[in-house]
Design a protein around this ligand. Structure first.
Ligand SMILES: [Zn+2]
Length: 256
């Protein structure tokens, strides 16, 4: 991977045909023609208006669902998710599995900022913030047990947001929050890697224990381990073809 530029990354760079459908749909969403919460027009209409094949359209919808842009209810239809927000930091991250390098850079940036935030949180977290962290860890643990993907995502996000706030540094917290539109998709993809949600429980627990122990070094280290394992999870999943399989639809592992 890291040592060779002809490794796994080169094999995932080529864009698939359905990309144009992905891009077109994203444009409709971003332009407000299909705003968050809106229902998709019938498939026939989309095929005509986007000039794509049915296969490409379905593939695009599947991709956008994985990205957290769309919600598909079998037999009922497809909606733009209510909670979908357009990325604010440019538009380079459109689809995670085809932008592995962006994802890894994002995780690297999270690692830099959140490691610092976790260390500061160990020094500065208020009693309320400590309680909130415990609550979110428990929510996360319960969601893993129940296989509740949405709560899992939410609890993970709130756990990290609380640590950012608990750093007591507004600018650091803002810098982390600015990554949120990207992190949303990255988190969804990472948490859909089989086995990853279960491992996160222990990683979050290590972060929380260090913060509770008011040990900045241990908290920073635990957060670093968490983010690096996420990056490793992405790399391994790609190697195993779990996120990406060249030219064929990726496995559905959303509720893993
Ligand atoms: Zn996490």
């Amino acid at each position: 991977m890291a040592g060779s530029d002809n490794g796994i990354f080169s094999s995932v760079r080529p864009r698939r045909l359905s990309d144009s459908a992905v891009d077109q749909i994203l444009k409709l969403v971003h332009d407000g023609q299909l705003p968050p919460g809106s229902k998709f027009p019938p498939e026939r209409e989309l095929i005509v208006s986007l000039s794509v094949s049915r296969t490409s359209l379905r593939e695009a919808i599947r991709i956008l669902e994985t990205m957290g842009v769309l919600r598909v209810v079998p037999g009922r239809g497809t909606w733009v998710r209510e909670d979908y927000t357009q990325p604010r930091l440019g538009t380079s991250v459109e689809w995670l599995p085809q932008h592995v390098e962006d994802v890894l850079q994002l995780v690297e940036m999270k690692d830099l900022l959140e490691t610092k935030a976790a260390g500061l949180a160990a020094e500065r977290a208020t009693p309320d913030q400590l309680i909130e962290l415990s609550v979110q860890l428990q929510r996360y643990r319960d969601a893993v047990t129940e296989g509740d993907a949405e709560t899992l995502m939410d609890a993970d996000m709130k756990f990290h947001q609380t640590i950012a706030a608990a750093s007591g540094n507004r600018f650091l917290a803002d810098a982390i929050a600015n990554l949120d539109p990207f992190v949303l998709r990255t988190r969804r993809a990472i948490l859909s890697i089989p086995g990853r949600p279960e491992r996160v429980v222990g990683e979050h627990q290590a972060v929380l224990e260090a913060i509770l122990a008011r040990n900045p070094q241990a908290a920073a280290k635990a957060m670093q381990v968490h983010d690096r394992r996420a990056a490793q999870g992405v790399k391994s999943a790609i190697e195993a073809g779990r996120i990406i399989s060249r030219g064929t639809p990726a496995d559905r592992t959303e509720d893993a």
